[in-house]
Design a protein around this ligand. Sequence first.
Ligand SMILES: NC(=O)c1ccc[n+]([C@@H]2O[C@H](COP(=O)([O-])OP(=O)(O)OC[C@H]3O[C@@H](n4cnc5c(N)ncnc54)[C@H](OP(=O)(O)O)[C@@H]3O)[C@@H](O)[C@H]2O)c1
Length: 279
Amino acid sequence: MSAISSLFSVASKSVLITGGSRGIGLMFAKTYAANGANVTIAARSEDVLREAAKELGEVSAANGHECKHTYLVGDSSSREGCEELAAAAGEANGGSLDVLVNNAGAAWGEPFARKSGRMNWGFDKVLDLNVKAPFYLTHACMDLLASPDRAEPGRVINVGSVVGLTPQSAPTHAYDASKAAIHHLTKKMSVDLAERNITCNAIAPGFVPSKMSAQLGTYASFDDIAKQTPLGRLGNEDDMGGAALYLSSKAGAWVTGVILNVDGGAVGGLQIKLADEDE
Ligand SMILES: NC(=O)c1ccc[n+]([C@@H]2O[C@H](COP(=O)([O-])OP(=O)(O)OC[C@H]3O[C@@H](n4cnc5c(N)ncnc54)[C@H](OP(=O)(O)O)[C@@H]3O)[C@@H](O)[C@H]2O)c1
């Protein structure tokens, strides 16, 4: 019987998080840092990464940990970019990794009927980063993540979305399809990766304030979405971080191929209030 402090521990684990410089990726990174993990964050903007890595150092120190936090600059939307990132992350972490979080993502949307010249560009950008990159990066990291200890498998966590589970009204067709695809890929890869003693799961968030969701927010305000969410609010750092800790710790060691909704109930449908409901 394990006490909670060991059951959910990620202390000393090495974690690579794509898109870890802001938004949900930084929420994951700060939770791992607060709990004693060594975190490597990756993204394109070096200035933002540098600030985020500094914040991770402060968060771990404030929680009594002495951890190593690094950042890697690069574009992970190509196979070459993923292979370079895996090699650099391996080097920065002594030739192995305990957890890979495929979080970096892009969104794009336009009304279906609009005959826009940006359609190819938008669709390719979204599928390259949201679907192909997690596949290539997981592939490139699988030897780093392989674990000889059956009680402590390596972990892959993909970031999907509630919009990949239930179609919603925003005209983000490529994005929604990419999230359905990453959920399916998660289940497929969980079987392949089990051979190397690596689990593979997805977290499917609902609406969480970030730079990306602020853009999607042009279709509805944060306040309205919070009110329409069955549990009455948007997602936060503890919601995201708690799910990642579960999937990265002993508590989640025998969980694989799962899509974990963390969405305040949004998968059941946002509760849109009809105009005459108060009458
Ligand atoms: N926020 C939500 O409500 C919500 C809900 C469900 C799912 N999600 C998913 O959660 C994940 C994070 O989203 P977020 O809302 O936190 O978005 P965000 O605030 O826009 O952050 C995206 C992160 O990805 C990085 N990134 C973007 N393009 C990249 C590229 N080509 N190569 C490497 N890094 C890149 C960004 O840094 P640089 O721009 O510097 O590269 C940034 O660190 C995504 O997979 C998203 O689909 C979000």
